[in-house]
Design a protein around this ligand. Structure first.
Ligand SMILES: [Zn+2]
Ligand SMILES: [Zn+2]
Ligand SMILES: [Zn+2]
Ligand SMILES: [Zn+2]
Length: 683
C-alpha cells in the first residue's frame, strides 16, 4: 500500500500493478456470446409449439428474437423464414408496424418465393389495416400464388387459403376506394428535433452558446459563466458524445448504437449479444467501435468491472492505436506536468489564448477550438488523481491493465507482437479515462411511457456518454439549468434567469429537495471529489415539501424592506414589517393572477400539451424567481414541471404495445386479423 501510494503518475501505477504475480498470471481468450445454429434450431422448435396456442404469442415472439440472434449470418433461408415467423407473432399481437417490418426483412433475403407466402400474407393484413387496399390486394394475390406452389401439405394449404381468402374478399371489394396509405410506413421513429443554441454557437466552444464563457477560478477549477443575461428556456449547450455505451439492462430492447427503442431489431452479424434498429446502425457501429470489442464483449459487460470499462475501452478504440501513437509525446508530457502542477491559475481560458501566451501555457489550459470529436478534449477532463484513496486508485489500476489485455487480444495493436512498453502506455491512458469517466460521464436518458398520451412515465438511464463541453459545468444542489437527451446528444437549458457573470450550475443527480445535505456531501466528495458550497448546503435547506403550511414566501417589494412574507398568512393589503401599501398590494394582486394562471398551465401539462405551455411556464418562473424566497414548495414544483416539459422534448420510449384494432365497417366482414386458431406456418 505504501509503495503504491508513493507513485506519482498513472504510468508508474499501471506498471506496478502489471508486475504483480496475479496480473502476470492472467490468461485471456476471446469471450463472447457466439452464434449457434444448433441453439437457434432449438429456439425455433419452442416457437413452433408456442405459436399454436393463442395465449402464448408474446412468448413466441421473445423466443423467435433469441432464435434470430443465434442464427449464423450465412444461413440465408433459415433467417428469412425466422424473420417471417417473428413477423407472424407480431401480427398476432397486433404489433402491425413490427410485423410489416419483419415481413419486409424476410423478403429481402434472396430465397425461394414459395417459402415466403406467409410474409406476403402478413404484408396484406398490415396494408389492409391502414386501408391501402390496392397494395393489400397485390400482396394477398402473391401469398395465394406462392402458397399454391409451396411444398406444404394440402391440409395446410386449404386452411391458409381459406384464411387469406376471407380477408382478401373484403379487400377486393374495396380496391377502388381511394388508398388511405398516405402515412409513411416508418418502423423506426425519428428522434425529436435538436434545438438551436440560443445566441448562436460560441466561437471556441462550438457545443456551447455564445452567451457562455469558460474560466478557471481559484479553488473551484473550471467554471462556466454567463457572458450576458440568460433567460429561462435558453438553450445553453448541445453536446455530441465523444463515445457512448449502452446500459447492459437495455441490451434486448434498444439499439446498441443509437439507443432507439426497437421492436424488430437486427442482431450483430458476429455475436449473439447486441441488437440494432436496422442495417444502418449495425454498419455504423461495426465500423466505429463494435468490430474491436465484439469478441471480448463478455469481459467488457461483466458487472464486476463497472460501467466505465466499456466507455474507457471505446475511447481508445475510437482514437485507434496509430492515433494514440501520434499523440504519445504530448500525452506523456501532460501526465508528467499534472503530477507536478497542483494549482490552476485564475485566468480566463479564452482571453489567455487571445493574448498569445500559448508558449508558456499551463498544460491544462485549452488552446484552439474545443470540439466534441477532438480526443484532446477527453484528455483535458479532470481526473482528480491526487484526491483518490488507495483502494479507489488500486482498483482502477487493475481494471486498466485488464482492459489493456482485452485491447491486445481484440487486435487493437495490429497483428505484430506488442512491446511491454506499449502495453504500459496504453494501460496508463486507460487509467486516466477510468478516473476521468467517474466524474465526467453522463447518462443518456429516456422517458418510458406506457399507454396513450405523455403523462406519467419513468425516466430511465439507457446508457452513458462522455460529453466534454457539458463536463465543464459545475454542480449545485439548486441547479439553474436542466439536462436531457435527444438521441445520443445532450441538451442543457436554463431553468431560471442567470444574470451576467453568474455561474451556470448543473446538477450531478443529487437535488436538495430529494436527498439530505449529508447524503449529498458524501456522494459528491466520494465520487466527484469536492465539497458542495451551494446555498441549499450552506443554509441547510429542508427536504421537499419544505414547509407544507407555507406554500409561498416572498420578499416585500418595498425598496429597503425586503422582509420575507408568507402568501398564505400575511395581510393582503400592507407589509407587516414596513407598512408599505401601494407596491405591496400590487404584488399581491399580480401574484394571485400568476398562481391562477399557473393552475391552468399545469392542467395542460398533465394532458401532455407542452409546446404552448412551456413559454408561459418560463415567464411564470421569471416572475417567481424575482419575488420568492426559496426553498418554497410552489417554486420547487414549478422547476420540476419545467424540467418535465424539457424531458418530453427528448427521448421517449413506448414499449411495443397492441395498436388499435382495425375497424371494419360491415358487421359480417371478418376481422382484418387472422384468427389465431387457424394459424399454420411453413416448417
Ligand atoms: Zn440504431
Ligand atoms: Zn457483436
Ligand atoms: Zn449543495
Ligand atoms: Zn416590507
Amino acid at each position: 500500500m505504501q509503495e503504491f501510494q508513493d507513485l506519482r503518475t498513472d504510468l508508474q501505477r499501471v506498471t506496478y500493478v502489471a508486475q504483480r504475480g496475479e496480473m502476470r498470471a492472467l490468461r485471456f481468450e476471446q469471450s463472447y456470446s457466439r452464434k449457434s445454429e444448433e441453439e437457434a434450431v432449438s429456439f425455433e422448435q419452442i416457437y413452433d409449439t408456442l405459436i399454436a396456442n393463442e395465449a402464448s404469442a408474446a412468448k413466441a415472439l421473445e423466443v423467435m428474437k433469441k432464435c434470430i440472434q443465434k442464427t449464423p449470418p450465412g444461413n440465408i433461408t433459415a433467417l428469412a423464414v425466422r424473420y417471417m415467423k417473428r413477423g407472424w407473432a407480431s401480427l398476432l399481437l397486433e404489433y402491425f408496424e413490427a410485423a410489416e417490418a419483419d415481413a419486409k426483412i424476410s423478403l429481402s433475403f434472396d430465397c425461394p418465393e414459395e417459402l415466403m407466402w406467409n410474409s406476403y400474407e402478413i404484408l396484406g393484413y398490415c396494408r389492409a389495416r391502414i386501408h391501402d387496399y390496392k397494395a393489400a390486394n397485390t400482396y394477398f394475390s402473391r401469398a395465394l400464388e406462392n402458397l399454391r406452389r409451396g411444398a406444404v401439405s394440402n391440409e395446410v394449404k386449404a386452411t391458409a387459403a381459406a384464411r387469406i381468402m376471407a380477408v382478401f374478399k373484403t379487400v377486393k371489394d374495396k380496391k377502388n376506394k381511394k388508398s388511405g396509405a398516405d402515412k409513411p410506413d416508418e418502423t423506426k421513429k425519428p428522434f425529436p428535433p435538436i434545438p438551436q443554441l440560443s445566441y448562436g454557437p460560441n466561437k471556441r466552444f462550438p457545443s456551447a452558446s455564445s452567451a457562455l464563457s469558460f474560466v478557471t477560478m481559484e479553488g473551484k477549477g473550471r467554471c462556466t459563466v454567463a457572458k450576458r443575461d440568460i433567460k429561462p428556456g435558453d438553450v445553453l449547450m448541445v453536446d455530441s458524445p465523444f463515445c457512448t455505451m449502452i446500459n447492459p439492462s437495455f441490451l434486448d430492447t434498444h439499439c446498441f448504437h443509437c439507443f432507439a427503442g426497437v421492436a424488430t431489431p437486427t442482431p450483430c452479424a458476429s455475436c449473439a449479444k447486441v441488437w440494432y434498429c436496422g442495417e444502418a446502425c449495425r454498419e455504423a457501429s461495426w465500423a466505429s467501435v463494435h468490430q474491436a470489442e465484439c469478441h471480448v464483449l463478455d469481459y467488457l459487460l461483466d458487472v464486476n468491472i463497472g460501467k466505465l470499462a466499456l466507455l474507457s475501452f471505446r475511447v481508445l478504440t475510437t482514437v485507434t492505436w496509430p492515433g494514440l501513437q501520434r499523440m504519445r509525446q504530448s500525452i506523456e508530457t501532460l501526465a508528467e506536468a499534472e503530477a507536478e502542477v497542483k494549482d490552476e491559475p485564475q485566468k480566463e481560458m479564452e482571453e489567455e489564448a487571445q493574448e498569445g501566451k500559448s508558449a508558456e501555457h499551463h498544460p491544462l489550459q485549452w488552446q484552439g477550438k474545443y470540439l466534441a470529436q477532438d480526443y484532446r478534449t477527453v484528455l483535458h477532463l479532470t481526473s482528480n488523481a491526487d484526491k483518490r484513496s488507495f483502494g479507489d486508485m488500486f482498483k482502477r489500476s487493475v481494471t486498466a491493465v485488464y482492459l489493456a489485455h482485452c485491447l491486445k487480444i481484440s487486435g487493437f495493436f495490429g497483428s505484430q507482437d506488442v512491446e511491454e512498453d506499449d502495453m504500459s502506455f496504453v494501460a496508463s491512458v486507460l487509467l486516466r479515462h477510468l478516473q476521468g469517466g467517474s466524474c465526467n460521464a453522463y447518462e443518456i436518458s429516456e422517458l418510458e411511457v406506457s399507454g396513450e398520451g405523455l403523462s406519467g412515465g419513468k425516466l430511465q438511464e439507457v446508457g452513458g456518454a462522455l460529453y466534454t463541453t457539458i463536463s465543464l459545468t459545475n454542480h449545485s444542489c439548486v441547479a439553474n439549468v436542466a439536462r436531457y437527451s435527444i438521441g445520443d446528444k445532450c441538451v442543457l437549458r436554463a431553468l431560471v434567469p442567470i444574470p451576467r457573470g453568474g455561474e451556470v450550475l448543473d446538477n450531478y443527480g443529487f437535488f436538495f429537495h430529494s436527498s439530505t445535505v449529508n447524503e449529498r456531501q458524501e456522494v459528491l466528495l466520494n465520487q466527484y471529489k469536492f465539497r458542495c458550497e451551494c446555498r441549499a448546503c450552506a443554509e441547510l435547506w429542508p427536504l421537499y415539501p419544505h414547509h407544507t403550511s407555507e406554500i409561498l414566501i416572498f420578499h416585500c417589494p418595498s425598496p429597503g424592506c425586503y422582509s420575507p412574507c408568507s402568501y398564505s398568512t400575511s395581510s393582503r393589503t400592507a407589509c407587516n414589517v414596513c407598512g408599505n401599501q401601494q407596491q405591496y398590494a400590487k404584488l399581491m394582486h399580480d401574484m394571485e393572477q400568476q398562481l391562477k394562471h399557473y393552475n391552468d398551465l399545469l392542467a395542460q401539462v398533465r394532458k401532455g400539451t407542452t409546446a404552448n405551455t412551456l413559454p408561459q411556464l418560463l415567464s411564470h418562473s421569471t416572475f417567481m424567481t424575482r419575488h420568492v424566497v426559496p426553498p418554497v414548495k410552489h417554486y420547487t414544483d414549478l422547476q420540476e414541471v419545467i424540467k418535465r416539459c424539457y424531458i418530453l422534448q427528448g427521448n421517449i420510449f413506448r414499449p411495443c404495445q397492441a395498436a388499435t384494432p382495425v375497424e371494419v365497417q360491415q358487421r359480417s366482414a371478418p376481422r382484418l386479423r387472422p384468427s389465431k386458431r387457424e394459424v399454420v406456418l411453413p416448417r
